[in-house]
Design a protein around this ligand. Structure first.
Ligand code: HEC
Length: 164
């Protein structure tokens, strides 16, 4: 078992301990999207000061899709097994006017499982502060923190579109 995987499993165990073990509400942690940097790059976007989402999403983000989600961007229907990653990095403007990538601010995912995540439109949501698998920040708050906004997106609650 790799050191990294041990780390991820450790994070899952921690979350399970923190979550109240009430019947019906206990939820297994969403897996960190290991290897996503080798998935399909969907698009990128720079959000600067003055944009309505700057407080939460300011910086440069890249969206990645696994093979199943990649097909969803083509067909307009995201099958179970789709995983989409939103990778947000801080940016810095250099003295000679380039914008360069800095530290990772957050790594967010949407995981398609229509039965397990029926309450949030078939998508499970999680995000890790700084992209650290040991620091999940969403947990049971997915409905208010994520889906309340994604609910407006179509098709299938996905905002981004495949950039040719
Ligand atoms: C206020 C609205 C809003 C909230 C809240 C929000 N998002 Fe998003 N999200 C967006 C928008 C807009 C995009 C599209 C960005 C683009 O096109 O580059 C997006 C894109 C994404 C994507 C890429 C797939 C897609 O739909 O384009 C993921 C994954 C994602 N968000 C996860 C999350 C998670 C996890 C949360 C909760 C912690 C969250 N989002 C909360 C607006 C929101």
């Amino acid at each position: 078992m790799s050191e990294f995987r041990r780390h991820v499993m450790g994070a899952a165990a921690t979350l399970a301990l923190l979550a109240p073990a009430e019947a019906g509400s206990a939820q297994e942690a969403i897996a960190f999207p290991e290897g996503y940097r080798s998935w399909h790059h969907v698009k990128s976007m720079l959000i600067e000061e003055g944009h309505p989402l700057f407080a939460d999403f300011g910086g440069l983000h890249h969206v990645y899709a696994n093979d199943v989600a990649r097909r969803g961007y083509e067909t307009g229907s995201f099958e179970d097994g789709s995983v989409i990653v939103f990778d947000l990095l801080a940016v810095e403007r250099t003295a000679d006017n380039a914008v360069v990538e800095k530290e990772r601010k957050v790594l967010a995912v949407m995981v398609r499982d229509s039965a397990r995540f029926a309450a949030t439109g078939g998508w499970g949501y999680e995000a890790w502060a700084g992209g650290d698998p040991a620091k999940p920040v969403v947990g049971e708050k997915a409905a208010e923190a994520c889906h309340a906004c994604h609910e407006q997106a179509a098709p299938d609650y996905v905002f981004s579109e495949w950039r040719p």
